[in-house]
Design a protein around this ligand. Sequence first.
Ligand code: ATP
Ligand code: MN
Length: 144
Amino acid sequence: MFSKILYPTDFSDVSKKALDYIKQLKEAGTKEVIVLHVLDERGIDAMVRYASGSYDELIGRILKEAREEGERVEAALKESGFKVKMRIQTGIPLTAILKVEEEEGVSAIVIGSHGKTNLEEMLLGSVSEKVIRKSKTPVLVIKR
Ligand code: ATP
Ligand code: MN
């Protein structure tokens, strides 16, 4: 059930906690991990309005940071003996996660209950809630 898993990450603390659990999935038969980070296009539009510099410069900076974070995740997973595919793309997180789930034919999704916002009073973040609702495969939710 866990042979090929999708790990969507916003590089938040909760999502990093999920990484520790993924390492333990080795024992449950996990061989391959698809790591997916989505640059939320809606956030980028707002940032361009307020940040200095052009759209391309801003995207360049954000992408560079995401790639560096992504490389650390990739290295940690490879270190643990997994086959890893890193995907960084622009879009809407939910839509991208569901598309990659389908494209990659994963057997399960491992996601954090919360992400960067991590509001105290929320039972779940909006991305995790919608992924649980709409995904076709089982979802393992790592609590904050
Ligand atoms: P909200 O975004 O609704 O204000 P939040 O940030 O606390 O709340 P979510 O965004 O739902 O919570 O994050 C829950 C989990 O969803 C994260 O731990 C991560 O696994 C995944 N996730 C969230 N955003 C992204 C993203 N941009 N790309 C990939 N995965 C994401
Ligand atoms: Mn979020």
